[in-house]
Design a protein around this ligand. Structure first.
Ligand code: MF3
Ligand code: CO
Length: 250
């Protein structure tokens, strides 16, 4: 499918969808503490989303059974919430979630520390977030898509971390996943030309080790192959002819 350029009306709807999602993330961040289950996070998130009159877009997406992807430590993405998975001090937990507002999707992810975490884990979280901001320096009309990918890769390479290559960012709008795919690692081709009105979910996933991943037998949970910690940071971004608008930050 071709990349969609949103109209002004659609941009306004995307803005509102994303603003509400930013609030969901802020509320979930407040709830993270040792002793809670990953299912609790999912239930809380679904309640907040529905409280805004919105629909959780991950729920039943290709059969995914929850509203929030909750991925702990070596889990990269798509962890399935469970009442038996209890967060403990020192864990890191990635929350990925999205919602639909008046037909328009939003998508964002954050990694949080549970209680006090190691400096190494905090650095992984911080640099994963920083890599997103390095990438979006290039997210403006006239640049090329892979300028973003290359900037993320160039930034992350200095730390010896592994970029997850099996999963990518994506366009977003009336569907959760639209064209184009947005890799987080260096590309040989420059990719499509960015145009104002594109809305993109840019989402580096970074492992302390190699960046290789495996899928668990639950068909969803993606884990680092070497068991190292993994962090994820994602926002839905609007391309303009100037600075990009990060729609999922308040
Ligand atoms: N948030 C994921 C993404 O960024 C999508 C998760 S869909 C689910 O593409 F079904 F796994 F929840
Ligand atoms: Co996404």
């Amino acid at each position: 499918m071709a990349v969609t350029i949103k109209t002004q009306r659609e941009i306004d709807l995307m803005r509102e969808s994303c603003r509400l999602l930013a609030k969901v993330h802020d509320e979930l961040a407040q709830a993270i503490e040792p002793g809670i289950s990953t299912l609790y996070i999912d239930q809380l998130g679904e309640k907040i989303i529905r409280g805004y009159g919105c629909i959780p877009n991950f729920l039943h997406y290709n059969g995914y059974p929850a509203s929030i992807c909750v991925s702990v430590n070596d889990e990269v993405v798509h962890g399935i919430p469970s009442k038996d998975r209890i967060l403990v001090e020192g864990d890191i937990v990635s929350l990925d979630c999205g919602l639909i507002y008046k037909g328009y999707h939003s998508d964002a992810a954050r990694t949080h520390g549970v209680g006090t975490i190691s400096p190494e884990a905090q650095k992984l979280i911080d640099e994963t977030r920083n890599s997103f901001f390095e990438g979006i320096k290039y997210a403006k009309e006239g640049n090329h898509l892979h300028d973003i990918s290359n900037a993320i890769d160039d930034y992350i390479s200095q730390f010896g971390y592994g970029i997850v290559r099996d999963l990518v960012g994506h366009g977003i709008g009336t569907s959760l996943h639209e064209a184009p795919e947005i890799p987080n690692f260096r590309q040989k081709r420059r990719g499509l030309k960015l145009r104002a009105g594109m809305t993109l979910a840019i989402e580096p996933m970074i492992n302390m080790g190699s960046g290789d991943v495996d899928w668990l037998d639950d068909d969803w949970t993606v884990v680092s192959s070497d068991g190292t910690l993994s962090a994820h940071y994602e926002n839905t971004v609007l391309i303009t002819d100037g600075e990009p608008e990060i729609l999922t930050i308040l």
